[in-house]
Design a protein around this ligand. Structure first.
Ligand code: LLP
Length: 405
């Protein structure tokens, strides 16, 4: 769904650019959609807040009854700030320090442990606790190699073959395994790959190995289209298949378990727009370069992953099509949002909208070159609300100087 373009233009004028605008209604639509697609009574959605931790988005999902996939103590504190109780948060630990382990244990949040080494340390420190165990699903899939999480070269998850070591360690420390987890990758292009990861994990689980399970968590990775020609995956069919497989599994396990998913992109990617303003047009011998008042620290996916983000010209939508490179204001040649992109004629002062900017855009941002991150606006029910302001240059510098010793 695309925003009403007039709305975006008004918001750009009202709040200034660069500006992130999120469509809250679309986030809620995607959230409820998953419950329709996957008709399992005990389905729980854990929002992967790493995708976008804006507190207004967290509160929106909190009110709807979502849960949280957290990956750091900071994530947990932020989620709690937004109103999530400890019971609604799962902490997926990855290369954490002992200090972080103790901090999270004090907060009372359930650990999802993905390495033998951490499981040993956790068991020694907190015998008798409940845990979730993260296995590596042995499937390599994702939008690109940086976001494929399974397989033998991955730093994540315990190998399937180590299942009996896991059982022994847990027995030794009297750890009660209440959940089993896997996450295959992000933006998984085919549902059959997700399904394979799920089957591999379910094959491991027997009542003898894990008698105390409450849930199985199949991670995130639901893909959304980034290109206008890209088709949506059929999650309706996927959901039906998942329920068939899971209900057979639960029958053989002897108990109807909860099913968790941890989507990030699916819930928030499409809701986001980054509005930028054209500051300069440079005519090179072979191409026209469009300079904007943003850059890769504010939206890094094109530069970092070669990701495609659709761009529209808000100010001249009917102009004749021309080819452009759209670049940012950072002192690096790789600072580019799009190469050889056809767009309606661009003039200085035009507003461009970089779409699908709701997931892993603001949250992966920074202030390289010392420009503050854009403000963020959330639209719900047609009403806009500033949910995070942009620091002035003075405030930005003060925040850095204040942190200095
Ligand atoms: N669960 C776990 C354990 C994860 O590691 C992730 C994502 C998710 C759930 C949510 O995955 P999603 O549904 O959002 O695909 N920055 C990259 C994506 C990194 C994903 C990291 N982990 C990007 O911009 O494409």
């Amino acid at each position: 769904m695309v925003f009403d373009k007039n709305n975006l233009k008004n918001l750009a004028e009202k709040y200034g650019t660069p500006l992130y605008v999120y469509e809250g209604d679309l986030i809620l639509q995607r959230y409820h959609e998953l419950y329709n697609f996957i008709p399992w009574k005990k389905l729980q959605i854990y929002y992967a807040m790493k995708a976008n931790y804006n507190i207004a988005i967290l509160k929106l999902l909190e009110k709807e009854g979502a849960n949280i996939d957290a990956v750091s103590p900071g994530d947990i504190l932020m989620a709690m700030e937004a109103g999530f109780t400890k019971e609604r948060i799962l902490f997926t630990a990855n290369k954490i320090t002992n200090e972080e382990m103790h901090e999270v244990q004090k907060l009372g949040v359930l650990f999802n442990i993905g390495s033998i080494s951490r499981l040993e340390k956790y068991g020694q420190s907190y015998p008798g606790s409940e845990v979730c165990i993260r296995f590596n699903p042995d499937v390599v899939a994702g939008e690109n190699k940086n976001v494929a999480t399974g397989g033998e070269n991955s730093k994540f998850g315990i190998f399937l073959e180590k299942v009996d070591d896991v059982v022994n360690i847990c027995n030794h420390h009297n750890l009660k395994v209440v959940g089993i987890h896997e996450h295959t990758g992000s933006g998984i292009p085919e549902t059959v790959q997700m399904m394979q990861g799920m089957k591999n994990i379910l094959n491991l689980i027997t009542p003898k190995r894990f008698p105390d399970l409450r849930f199985v968590d199949f991670g995130g990775g639901f893909k959304v289209p980034y290109h206008p020609d890209e088709k949506r995956l059929d999650y309706h069919l996927f959901g039906k298949e998942v329920v068939t497989i899971f209900s057979e599994f639960c029958q053989s396990y002897g108990k109807e378990l909860e099913m968790y998913f941890e989507p990030g992109k699916y819930l928030v990617a499409e809701s986001g727009n980054l509005i930028v303003e054209v500051t300069e047009i440079k005519q090179n011998p072979g191409k026209v370069i469009i300079g904007t008042n943003s850059g890769f620290p504010q939206l890094i996916r094109p530069m970092f992953y070669g990701a495609y983000h659709h761009i529209i010209n808000l100010s001249n939508p009917e102009g004749p099509l021309k080819e452009y490179d759209i670049v940012g204001n950072i002192c690096e040649s790789g600072d580019c949002f799009a190469v050889d992109r056809e767009l309606p004629e661009i003039r200085e002062g035009d507003f461009l909208v970089i779409q699908n900017a709701g997931a892993y855009c603001y949250s992966m941002g920074g202030v390289y070159n010392l420009r503050a991150m854009p403000a963020e606006v959330l639209m719900v029910d047609g009403k806009d609300q500033l949910v995070r302001k942009r620091l002035s240059n003075q405030e930005l510098i003060k925040s850095i100087v204040d942190e200095s010793c």
